[in-house]
Design a protein around this ligand. Structure first.
Ligand code: OFO
Length: 172
């Protein structure tokens, strides 16, 4: 059974994961309309992953005797200044999510809720991967600069970046 305090904190995280999914969905749609099909696919997949992150939390809260709350969401930005600012926003957002996960972990330790603490470890390692991936993407974009050919290849190959980060994580 989770305490009301933990239930409330977990539901805040449900909101944040749902917002992440919504933001990445808006980014994916923008990228698709702009003709960046590889980037769009990458972001659509990320949006789906965030929904799974939200769902895991909802189910955990319900299993532990709480009530998972499906939140209302605000309208995300519909336009972006370019691909690099978009991914810088992704990185900043993921850093924020990591901070919130860390706060949650801290609340669990203070409350001696070791079951929820254990459940959250999956999110702790997921955040390492999410941040690493966003940094990797931004590094590539910095290298490419204004080179159109490089940008074309980036859009084509972005899916393989994710696979590379996943493989490295598996080795750790
Ligand atoms: Fe749920 O990991 Fe990103 O936000």
């Amino acid at each position: 059974m989770i305490s009301t305090k933990i239930e409330k904190a977990l539901n805040q995280q449900v909101l944040l994961e749902a917002e992440s999914s919504q933001i990445y969905l808006a980014m994916a749609s923008w990228a698709e309309v702009e003709g960046y099909n590889g980037i769009a696919d990458f972001l659509y997949t990320h949006s789906d992953e965030e929904r799974v992150h939200m769902l895991k939390l909802v189910k955990f809260i319900n299993e532990r005797g709480g009530r998972g709350i499906i939140p209302a969401l605000s309208q995300p930005a519909l336009k972006y200044k370019g691909v690099r600012p978009l991914f810088e926003q992704v990185l900043n957002h993921e850093i924020h999510v990591s901070e919130e996960i860390n706060k949650l972990v801290d609340i669990c330790l203070k409350d001696k809720d070791y079951t929820t603490h254990n459940f959250l470890q999956w999110y702790v390692s997921e955040q390492i991967e999410e941040e690493a991936l966003a940094r990797r993407v931004i590094d590539k974009l910095k290298l490419i600069g204004d080179d159109k050919g490089g940008f074309y290849m980036f859009d084509r190959d972005i899916a393989s970046l994710e696979a590379a980060v996943g493989r490295e994580k598996g080795r750790n």
